[in-house]
Design a protein around this ligand. Sequence first.
Ligand SMILES: *Cc1c(COP(=O)(O)O)cnc(C)c1O
Length: 251
Amino acid sequence: MNPQPPEDDTAGSRLVRVQHRIQEACRLAGRPADAVRLLAVSKTWGADRVLELATLGQQAFAENYLQEALDKIDACAGRSLEWHFIGPIQSNKTRPIAENFHWVHSVERDKIARRLSDQRPPDVAPLQVCVQVNVSGEASKSGCDPDEAADLARLIVELPRLELRGLMAIPEPTNDAALQRARFGALRALHQDIRSTLDQRAGPETATSFDTLSMGMSDDLEVAVQEGATLVRIGTALFGRRQTSDVRPLP
Ligand SMILES: *Cc1c(COP(=O)(O)O)cnc(C)c1O
């Protein structure tokens, strides 16, 4: 008999495991198996790891750090991958984001939204945008206040080079499943409120394309899917544990 490796830890097996987790969570929630998109968070990993997953069929990748992302996008050009920016945005960094990404999940103030629209090149599709909301109150600093999300959403709808797609949140890390559920549930409720306002004020087409709930990571994707996530952002479970800290000094 051939000895089996202790753990099947290849890019292919990790991808299949994550896909199964998503499908199983959908099944338990009574949602269709294709209701949730998988976004591969490739921050800190090299272009070789991105290309490896791309070869296995993964199409959408997300990055937090601009310079690192631009190098990777460059190295993967020609593969027609879809790039999502999910990190904090400084206003002097909006142009390369507007020029190089398909999606931005981390829009949390008016000024950033306006600059991204102004700087989006005219010859490409509008930038797909989620409003990042702070659903954890004092426990988190990123994202706009839930009370401000509707106004920011309405502004984005008016901007010509942005398409408003949904809401994103990064709840504070916790093992408390009830708290996870409450945070994701709060984002879903806010999404429904904003969607009905958009339907009344901006029309059914705008409301229909506001279809994205970007929530759930490696440790909590099941709860997020249960609470209605349409897109999960997965790093560790796809690539392994990151060596470098997430929190980097600003360049
Ligand atoms: C790093 C990161 C993720 C992925 O987290 P994992 O726990 O590694 O799956 C998702 N979303 C954002 C915004 C991140 O910064």
